[in-house]
Design a protein around this ligand. Structure first.
Ligand code: ZN
Length: 94
């Protein structure tokens, strides 16, 4: 994916989601979205969460049904091609 596409994705996420989007973009760009063999995780400010296209293990999503920034970070990292790949099983680390 070229640089301009990445810029476009970033701008779009920030425009649509404001501060939440910026947080997501930052995490996506800083390699805090990690794909293990079994799960994909986002390293948040206080914890690490297992995420998917429309699923997250954090409290906002699980209890309050909100679309949290972790899911956004996952989608953004996917679009930007910045998902860090780890040849490990996440299950073994927790
Ligand atoms: Zn979440």
């Amino acid at each position: 994916m070229g640089g301009s596409d990445a810029e476009e994705v970033t701008a779009e996420v920030c425009r649509l989601y404001g501060a939440k989007g910026e947080k997501a973009v930052l995490a996506a760009k800083n390699g805090r979205v990690i794909q293990y063999r079994d799960f994909c995780v986002v390293i948040g400010t206080t914890d690490t969460y297992v995420v998917d296209e429309d699923f997250c293990t954090c409290g906002d999503f699980t209890y309050r049904g909100l679309q949290c920034w972790h899911i956004l970070a996952f989608r953004t990292a996917k679009a930007l091609g910045t998902i860090a790949l780890r040849d490990e099983w996440y299950q073994d680390l927790i």
